[in-house]
Design a protein around this ligand. Structure first.
Ligand SMILES: N[C@@H](CCC(=O)N[C@@H](CS)C(=O)NCC(=O)O)C(=O)O
Length: 194
């Protein structure tokens, strides 16, 4: 198995045979995979619903969540191993694919504020994926203004801030800059790029 980073957290190794994050430990429940975690959280706290009503819209939202993980995020993972060689043709191709994916999301936002209609797990999944994309050299640009507006709305949401705020603090504590769209939740002394 290709190891992208080491050491792996012992709980990740114990819970996930694929040895990947995220994992969730809640009481006596141990689960892995972000989609499984979303499904559990929806059962645990059905109100407010984070999958849309109606089987068509739900299915579209689930597909978008899946695509964030399995279509967009692999471009980000490819770039992780190529930080020192950004001109590698594989890195150039991965950035081009990410840009193409951003344009696809931009089209979706032509008639709605959130990716699947109402705010949903599809937005949460892609917000986190694009955050890693921005940090790895594949940020969205002015070519996708609706998506950038979506990103600002997402960044302003209290629940998003509660999760991403500590992440931003950790990144800054490691001496690293933050993508500029996180400036409103950056701790003092932060530096930015983007
Ligand atoms: N479909 C999985 C994808 C998980 C995934 O790609 N995790 C990466 C995040 S960088 C990971 O832990 N990679 C480390 C490895 O594969 O060694 C999910 O959504 O949970």
């Amino acid at each position: 198995m290709k190891r992208l980073y080491d050491p792996k957290h012992p709980e990740v190794v114990r819970i996930n045979p694929k040895q990947q994050v995220p994992v969730l430990i809640h009481g006596d429940l141990d689960i892995f995979d972000s989609t499984q975690i979303f499904e559990y959280l929806e059962d645990l706290k059905p109100d407010p619903a984070l999958w849309p009503a109606g089987i068509g819209d739900r299915s579209r939202a689930r597909l978008l969540e899946h695509k964030s993980d399995e279509v967009f995020f692999p471009y980000v993972i490819r770039l992780m191993g190529l930080q020192a060689t950004p001109d590698d043709p594989v890195a150039i191709a991965a950035r081009a694919e990410a840009a193409r994916y951003y344009r696809e999301m931009e089209e979706l936002l032509a008639d709605r504020a959130f990716l699947a209609g109402p705010y949903s797990f599809a937005d949460i999944a892609f917000f986190m994926a694009q955050l890693f994309g921005a940090r790895i050299g594949a940020p969205m640009t002015e070519v996708t203004p609706r998506l950038r507006q979506w990103r600002d709305w997402m960044t302003a949401r209290p629940a998003v801030r509660r999760v991403v705020g500590p992440m931003a603090a950790y990144i800054v504590a490691q001496g690293r800059p933050l993508p500029d769209f996180l400036s409103t939740l950056a701790p003092p002394g932060s530096t930015f790029f983007g």
